[in-house]
Design a protein around this ligand. Sequence first.
Ligand SMILES: *Cc1c(COP(=O)(O)O)cnc(C)c1O
Length: 430
Amino acid sequence: MDKNQKPSPRTQALHGRFETQAWDFKHHLIPPMTASTTFRLESLERGAKGFSNFATQMPEGEETILIYDRLDEPNSLMLEEQLATLHKGELALAFGSGMGAISTLFLATTKKGQKIISHRTLYGCTYSLLKNWLPKFGVETEFVDINDQSFASKITDKSVRVIYFESVSNPLLEMIDFEYLVQLVKTENKTRSEENKVLIAVDNTFATPWALRPLEHGVDFVIESLTKNISGFGTDMGGAIITSKKYETDLKVARKDFGAIMTAHSAWHIMVYGVSTQALRFEKQQENAMAIAEFLNSHPQVESVTYPGLENYKYHNLSKKYLKTPEGKFAPGTMISFRLKGSAEQTAKFINDVAKNSYSITLAVSLGLTKTLIELPGFMTHSALSEQDKQKCAIDAKAIRLSVGLENVQDLINDLNKSIKNYFTSTEIV
Ligand SMILES: *Cc1c(COP(=O)(O)O)cnc(C)c1O
């Protein structure tokens, strides 16, 4: 390849860098898996330098001195390089789970008396973290509709430190206008000192870097649950924060002290199998999702379908504007939310029918995997929400979440159709 020609993200996802500071593996086609929790320090001086480099912003170009896995280890470092490249960020840090990344982010960026403003629909455990745990440390969260007009007046409160939302929300696929939000925060930050600036953090798990790279739009932190589409095969848990270098020390020290680290084994799997095939998987899953969304949308027994690829999607202008592959193609994603006509009891029957009779669709939480998964968030992933909050964000007993996999799409449609039919037989009996 011509030296001046930059390889495309897709090619980079496959090859990574042949040479890395993290390890000399120039001669391996696949980077080796490391299994050493501690490292030879060689001399007191080198050991001491390793610790001091870790605790301060390391000078550019300096070698990472490996000390102990909870600080840094080669496979995570390699995965981090890949994730930073895909998100066009200066820095990526890997964690043992998405929640490990999210909790470390809040612990590292907020202090007692400061406030978080969060969009009201959120992944259930993130909601629980903000609602049940952070207040114990004096950090309160206000849950609002960030799309609402009244939001602009909220961020002038000087105790507000972080604005948090999901780029495509779990489970109802809501979106927020990045440009509008970033502009608001920029204006507000002109009145604040560096350590008091409002920070914007975005959980990008549904979109993944193949549909959206929020750093390009000016946010401060991107979160990915790597457990989902990036790992992809349902074998490994992981999380990541992608951001700029200036947060490196705080985040790394917080990760070291709170301990939500990724294992070398998982980093290796996610890098070697997950990252390298994600574009292909995502695109095929998305193609299936589009066909299923259209099928559901035209089905007489379906009350509503939410999918960013449909013309009737509430945030269609935003999805068209922001959901794009690195090559610029529209990328509405692999997740669908839908409701059937009839009562909540009938929806429950439908779900049980899928669980019992469907071959291609499995009742299970998690998402983004090669296998198609269905669940009812109100009873499962989002059961931590109070009844009142569930109502506020319309996560009720009828909202079904579907994560579309790699199966033959007709098999998926047949299985859905069969259970809708069975459900209607039971409707007539009821
Ligand atoms: C699953 C998920 C998380 C949490 O990730 P884990 O890897 O399960 O800890 C966070 N945010 C969203 C949107 C998720 O779907």
